[in-house]
Design a protein around this ligand. Structure first.
Ligand SMILES: O=C(O)CCC(=O)C(=O)O
Length: 362
């Protein structure tokens, strides 16, 4: 197992592999047979919810959101209030960045210590099978000490504008989730650290792949944080979510933002008789933090932007003390979000197996 200070092997940029014209992908990208993708296009899609209805048909929309969080852990939001010019612009500005010359991108090469910057692998396990993607990772809140790329020149401005709109939308959703769960409306926001939430983002670039049936753009994983706002590529599908042990390909709706519940929002509520008790993370969830992955394409590159809305990173995530009794012991060790994420990051995307491997406290 490598350390979180440096990558265990020299990092190869996936875009350069793609552009080499080689028709065979290197062995370290070939997934074991059971993990290889099936490119399925069924008629099922994740729910699409029109947030404008919150004004006219509040109860119905609240119910749709509740159902989506419980049954899918994923939904697409339209009329979310984030300006459509931004929804269009954000993935495109990142595409422009990924098409900058390699020397420009390499100036921002990242390390596993903070992940900030340009990278091509997740996880520090030596000899791990890698994913077919390059990415750019930025820590945004609480301290914007980020490595902003200087090209394209308007990238930072566009992202700051987008961020402020997402933070506003995130606060609205946390209120809706709280109310839907029978909590005070500011319960979850406070539990996330109030105004001191953490936010970070990852722009993903999935270059064309000559053998898309052998590899994945991003291996199956659930998001460790609170919730994720995903802007998918407008032209190219690729995101798949696991539902009832089947992979469903998400068909993005125009100008929608895809929302998914992260591990920290997978909450357990002993609904009766104590509706206000809640246990964060790793429980018999009502809300689902669902596994998802990305498949790649032989003819088209794909870009997406995942914005992670997370609890404050030094917040101890633990069962509410009154809930822990000799009959109902804590199921998982208490840890801060930062510790939890570090644990997840060591291995890189690995489904939810690693979440389940957390041991109860002694
Ligand atoms: O590219 C996508 O559609 C999904 C990206 C994702 O799951 C992630 O960045 O965590």
């Amino acid at each position: 197992m490598g350390s979180l200070c440096d990558w265990p092997e020299p990092v190869i940029c996936v875009q350069s592999l793609s552009e080499s014209g080689d028709l065979v992908i290197p062995d370290q990208y070939v997934k074991p047979p059971l993990e290889r993708p099936i490119l399925c296009f069924n008629n099922v899609n994740i729910p699409v919810i029109d947030l404008a209805g919150l004004v006219t048909s509040r109860e119905a929309i609240m119910k749709q959101i509740s159902k989506a969080c419980r049954e899918w852990g994923f939904f697409q939001l339209v009329n979310h209030g984030v300006r459509t010019v931004l929804v269009d612009r954000v993935p495109e500005i990142w595409r422009e960045f990924f098409h900058e010359p390699m020397e420009v991108k390499q100036k921002y090469a990242n390390s596993p210590k903070t992940y900030e910057g340009f990278g091509s692998r997740l996880g520090v396990e030596k000899g791990a099978i890698l994913d077919w993607n390059d990415y750019y990772y930025l820590n945004y809140l609480p301290h914007c000490h980020t490595k902003w790329p200087s090209q394209p020149p308007s990238l930072r401005e566009v992202m700051e504008e987008y961020s402020s709109e997402i933070l506003r939308l995130g606060a609205v959703l946390l209120k809706i989730f709280s109310i839907n769960l029978g909590l005070e409306e500011d319960y979850l926001q406070n539990a996330f650290g109030g105004r001191d939430i953490e936010a970070c983002l990852r722009a993903n670039f999935y270059p064309k792949c000559p053998q898309p049936d052998l590899t994945l753009g991003l291996s199956s994983h659930s998001d460790p944080g609170g919730m994720t706002f995903l802007l998918p590529d407008k032209q190219v599908c690729g995101l798949q979510i696991r539902k009832n042990d089947q992979w469903i390909t998400v068909k993005p709706t125009r100008h929608a933002i895809i929302i998914n519940i992260g591990d920290q929002l997978q909450v357990k509520f002993p609904l009766d008789p104590k509706p206000l008790n809640c246990q964060f993370v790793l429980s018999n969830a009502i809300y689902k933090s669902v596994e998802h992955r990305v498949v790649v394409n032989p003819d088209k590159e794909r870009v997406s932007l995942a914005y992670f809305y997370n609890p404050k990173n030094d917040l101890l995530i633990q069962p509410i003390p009154e809930l822990v009794t000799s009959k109902t012991p804590a199921l998982y060790p208490s840890m801060t979000f930062d510790e939890y994420r570090r644990f997840i990051r060591t291995r890189g995307p690995h489904g939810k197996v690693q979440v389940d491997s957390l041991k109860p406290p002694r």
